[in-house]
Design a protein around this ligand. Structure first.
Ligand SMILES: [Zn+2]
Length: 232
């Protein structure tokens, strides 16, 4: 278990990954007073099987869907980096954008995808956004001489306390989301373009998964993370 932080940040590869990965935890913490900022890395412009859809239109649709989902959970702000879907690379520029967001919003806890997976495939954007977030938090956001241009903008270095990674094969931290699973489902349903099987399928899928994780944590519904604690 982990104490509720004052401020949290979620680094999200594609629209809807944040709600799927940690939406219940975010909803719970926001209700209890945590301020949450999203950093959405890509615009999700490849996420369709509709041959009539264009990437441009899909990006517009998904940005609105993400804003609606964030509003449902009570997220304070969504930072849109707007990289194309599938185009994330481990670059100085991308890392710098995450570092800037961390230095600006000063989260105690940062959520991201676990970039390490041995036994199952992992979307490239999930792997890269997870790894880049890890690097951005430590040591780049912490150390004053990395991205010195940020100081010219008035942004000081920042030490994050904990990183919580969803989609992990080795969870060590569980959050009871029994009271907020409804909000998580409501937020996921805002991603209308991604809900192929209908609203009921979403609810069933989310509940089944949260129940399996909850079984390990001995609560009805839970979310699971791998936690890295930094020395503050
Ligand atoms: Zn994704």
């Amino acid at each position: 278990m982990i104490d509720r932080p004052d401020r949290a940040m979620v680094v999200i590869p594609h629209p809807d990954d944040g709600e799927g990965g940690c939406g219940g935890t975010i909803a719970k913490w926001i209700e209890e007073g945590t301020e949450v900022v999203y950093v959405l890395c890509t615009n999700g412009d490849k996420g369709t099987s509709d041959p009539e859809m264009t990437s441009e239109r899909l990006a517009e649709i998904r940005e609105v869907e993400q804003a609606n989902a964030a509003e449902t959970l009570g997220v304070k702000e969504v930072v849109y980096l707007r990289y194309p879907d599938g185009a994330l690379e481990d670059t100085t520029e991308f890392r710098g954008l995450i570092v800037r967001a961390v230095r600006k919003h000063r989260p105690d806890v940062v959520f991201c995808t676990d970039p390490h997976r041995q036994t199952f495939y992992l979307h490239r954007d999930h792997r890269i956004s997870g790894q880049v977030t890890l690097d951005a938090v430590f040591p780049y956001a912490r150390d004053i001489l990395h991205y010195p241009e940020h100081r010219m903008e008035g942004l000081e270095p920042h030490k994050v306390g904990d990183l919580l990674m969803w989609g992990t094969e080795d969870p060590d931290t569980f959050v009871d989301i029994t009271d907020t699973i409804g909000l998580k489902i409501d937020a996921l349903k805002k991603h209308v373009s991604q809900v192929s099987g209908g609203d009921r399928d979403v609810a069933d899928f989310v509940k089944a998964r949260a129940q399996t994780i909850g079984h390990r944590a001995e609560v009805p519904y839970a979310e699971a993370f791998r936690r890295i604690q930094f020395r503050r």
